[in-house]
Design a protein around this ligand. Structure first.
Ligand code: SAM
Ligand code: SF4
Length: 337
């Protein structure tokens, strides 16, 4: 097998001068939950043969790091329903040159896997949590068991994960009233928390996205009525903006794809479980890396070139639209959230 040497050159640069050093890799499009904003109730998943093998994902990760990628986030679908995902974590965790290997999970599998993931080299966890009320949690996730997720969060803390971040998608009339309780939950445990504006990915009939949309600004105003929020100076290069409560180390973030365009800072691409590299969350511009991986199983040069060439079609910005008929057909679980 060809080996690549680690390089500091920003090989992955797009037409707008942005350096791409962050990849979100979806390890599966499947999930044990059916969150109302993410999936339809009846989903058709990609046939397994079309999904990259763990070995193909490991090879892709190695080549990406050789091209200057410094951060990989494993996501999905639910990464912990992919059998033996810890094997992939161990492979990627051992790559010299990769600064951070992170995962976004619904948390339900952490009771089983947190220790193994930590030992395998996973650096950080984002855990989704939209409600602290068991019935409401079930309604929002359709199948989720809150007690399992809470046990997963505790398992992750016990395993020694630092700066665990909770992610909450807030929908008007569904869980907006829980924002203060979710913040208290995070502060009490020294966790970070980010509130995410719902994005129009995939056609859903469960609710009208435009009617249930709550802006980050509205949430910040809601929280400011009972907490002092101090803006933090540091920017992560991502879409989150962070605030802190005096006396606490926790960060409270707001991810605002609608109300604040962050595209000029974009340093990331996404890769679907089928090996399609998506250059922007809000567009269909993509490159089929699985075809290249499978056509050249022992030679990395064509894969490297395909990734470098893909940078030329990265769009300048997304343009989300909540109007019916204007929404992307791709669901978040396909995209790699
Ligand atoms: N299953 C894992 C989880 O739920 O954390 C990882 C994948 S999930 C697609 C990643 C993140 O995307 C979750 O925090 C989820 O809440 C968020 N998400 C899913 N659909 C969304 C949408 N339409 N708008 C905004 N965020 C969404
Ligand atoms: Fe599954 Fe995550 Fe989507 Fe919920 S948000 S359905 S947990 S992939």
């Amino acid at each position: 097998m060809a080996t690549d040497t680690f390089t500091d050159n920003p090989l992955l640069q797009d037409r707008f001068g942005r350096t791409i050093d962050y990849v979100r890799l979806s390890v599966t499009d499947r999930c044990d939950f059916r969150c109302v904003y993410c999936m339809a109730e009846d989903m058709t998943f990609v046939p397994r043969a079309q999904v990259l093998t763990l070995e193909e994902m490991g090879r892709l990760g190695r080549v990406l790091v050789s091209l200057g990628v410094r951060r990989i986030r494993l996501t999905g679908g639910e990464p912990l329903v992919r059998r033996n995902v810890a094997h992939l974590v161990r492979g990627l965790g051992a790559l010299p040159g990769l600064d951070e290997l992170n995962m976004t999970t619904n948390g339900a599998g952490l009771g089983r896997f947190a220790g193994e993931l930590k030992a395998g080299g996973l650096d950080r966890l984002n855990i989704s949590l939209d409600s602290l009320d068991p019935q409401r949690f079930r309604a929002l996730t359709r199948t989720g068991d809150l007690s399992k997720v809470l046990a997963g969060i505790e398992a992750a803390r016990r395993a020694g994960f630092r700066r665990i971040k909770l992610n909450s998608v807030i929908l008007r009339g569904r869980n907006q009233d829980e924002v203060p309780a979710l913040v208290d939950f995070a502060l009490a445990r020294g966790l970070d928390i980010s509130f995410i504006e719902e994005m129009p990915l995939g056609a859903i009939s469960e609710h009208d996205r435009a009617l249930e949309f709550v802006s980050s600004e509205a949430l910040r105003d809601q929280l400011s009525e009972r907490l002092t929020l101090v803006p933090m100076a540091d920017k992560t290069g991502g879409p989150s903006r962070y605030w802190q409560v005096p006396g606490s180390d926790s960060r409270i973030g707001f991810i605002s794809p609608h109300s604040q365009n962050f595209c000029h800072l974009c340093n990331r691409v996404r890769i679907t479980a089928e090996g399609r590299m998506l250059l922007c969350l809000g567009h269909e511009h993509s490159v089929d890396l699985r075809a290249v991986l499978r056509a050249h199983p022992t030679e990395d040069a064509p894969l490297r070139q395909a990734i470098i060439d893909a940078m030329a079609i990265k769009p300048e910005r997304h343009d989300f639209n909540l109007a019916p008929g204007e929404q992307l057909v791709r669901f978040m679980n396909m995209t790699g959230g």
